[in-house]
Design a protein around this ligand. Structure first.
Ligand code: UD1
Length: 431
């Protein structure tokens, strides 16, 4: 029943610190089970998905010690099961990374079909193709909603991904690091979190080349040592605050980022009329916007293209940009559900298949709006921050899966946002 109450109109001004990357920390937490020694992971974002991943590790038998708010020590020496509990895995899509890592550690892994954000069909056929190529047995049907993969021994092989997939690249890497011989993943994903996972695995003793290109070569090793590792900053959280700064006509220093990871986002914000300054020495980006926004076209693509996870947030800016803009979604089938919410705030948007067409309007008007998924929820927050009047954002649990302290961070930038308890009124219209 908790919602966000946001009064729009305040330009965001000040400095925001970016947390560790959700999509890097989740595969890295799964990768910890590959060793029997203690790992210390730093710069962990305090978000719901991380708590779920830590709960899974505990359920498997790992001991977890919090060192501080963003650092944990994990001792995976006494794991006692290869089964990821259904109650935990169904809440988080990335729980399927334990399939790859437990297969690597024990030669067998069992988990339920993954949950997570619903923006169309989310198959895992490429993950399974990879496991099979390494010699694992993968049944064609689910057993009571669970999937079990097993292998007497994993053997390196070539795997061509028919479509660039972050999840499949991660899962194949997690199993291949323990396979005998050489695995070559072709048409691999190149996202910063793939490189971060490769760096983490290498710090444990893995032999991985080419992460960050579309051919990753992995030579399996038997022994993985414990390690200390700091997670990269969250590219999408940074992009979200950059978009919010532009939408509100603000001036924000986004700190603790890797500017290179933000290039595709920076390019589009500049095209829209924002000023973006990279402060390479300070690991920061300053984003400001004073004038009206200009229309532009955006197409989502695998890295280094414009990320699909920034698509709903940039849509808010295109709603306000003068003229006609086109936004094409090339990764997911059904990622425009939030458009109905923006339309109720006065945006002029038409969706035609994979493309949304925007006729810019002068302003958005506050409304009760809801989050359809994590990034759509972030877009609703941005829309409410720049709308005239007070908006109530519902279904904030999606947002809190991936944004650490979003209310506090926005408040520190001058936003009028608070978490409120608003009881549902199912019979409000009954006479
Ligand atoms: C990850 C991100 C998600 C992001 C997406 C694309 C995490 C936890 N989630 O999701 O936020 O939106 O990358 O950047 O990191 N596909 C198949 N078969 C498969 C796997 C994928 O056809 O076996 C297709 C999907 O339907 C989709 C495309 O490949 O059309 C990309 O999906 P993928 O990169 O795998 O996304 P996720 O890893 O699920």
């Amino acid at each position: 029943m908790e919602k966000y109450r946001i009064r729009g109109g305040n330009p965001l001004v000040g400095t925001v610190d970016i947390s560790g990357a959700k999509n890097a920390v989740l595969p890295i937490l799964a990768a910890v089970v590959l060793t029997e020694e203690v790992c210390c992971i730093e710069n962990i974002p305090n978000i719901v998905d991380v708590r779920t991943a830590l709960d899974i590790l505990e359920a498997l038998g790992a001991e977890i010690r919090s060192i501080d708010a963003h650092t944990v020590e994990i001792d995976p020496s006494r794991l006692h099961t290869h089964v990821v509990p259904h109650d935990l895995s169904r809440h988080m899509r990335a729980s399927y990374y334990f399939l790859g890592s437990l297969l690597g550690r024990f030669g067998i892994a069992r988990s339920s079909m993954p949950g997570g954000c619903n923006f169309g069909v989310r198959p895992i056929d490429l993950h399974l193709k990879g496991f099979r190529a390494l010699g694992a047995t993968v049944p064609d049907t689910l057993d009571n909603g669970m999937i079990e993969v097993s292998a007497e021994k994993l053997t390196g092989n070539s795997v061509y991904l028919d479509q660039v997939s972050v999840g499949a690249t991660v899962n194949i890497m997690l199993a291949a690091v323990r396979a005998r011989g050489l695995t070559v993943i072709e048409n691999a994903a190149k996202e910063p979190h793939i490189v971060d996972l490769a760096n983490f695995l290498s710090s444990m003793g893995a032999d991985i080349r080419g992460a960050g290109t579309d051919v990753i070569k992995i030579r399996g090793v038997d022994y993985f040592r414990g390690t200390s590792y700091s997670i990269i900053p969250d590219q999408i959280e940074a992009g979200t605050y950059m978009a919010a700064a532009v939408a509100t006509g603000g001036d924000v220093l986004v700190r603790g980022v890797i500017p290179k990871h933000l290039e595709s986002i920076t390019a589009k914000l500049e095209e829209l009329g924002a000023t973006v300054e990279e402060l390479e020495d300070d690991d920061a980006i300053r984003v400001s916007c004073t004038g009206p926004l200009r229309h532009c076209n955006v197409k989502t693509m695998p890295h280094p293209g414009f990320p699909t996870d920034m698509q709903p947030q940039i849509a808010v800016l295109l709603s306000l940009a003068s003229g006609t803009s086109f936004l094409t979604e090339n990764i997911w089938d059904n990622r425009f559900k939030y458009v109905a919410e923006l339309q109720r705030m006065g945006a002029d948007i038409q969706v035609n298949g994979h493309t949304a067409i925007f006729q810019g309007v002068s302003h958005l008007t506050a409304a009760p709006i809801k989050s359809h998924d994590l990034r759509a929820g972030a877009a609703m927050v941005i829309a409410a921050l720049c709308a005239q009047g007070v908006s109530i954002v519902d279904d904030i649990q999606y947002i809190e899966r991936g944004y650490e302290n979003i209310v506090e961070k926005l408040q520190s930038l001058g936003a009028d946002i608070e978490r409120v308890y608003v009881p549902d009124q199912p019979f409000a219209n009954a006479q």
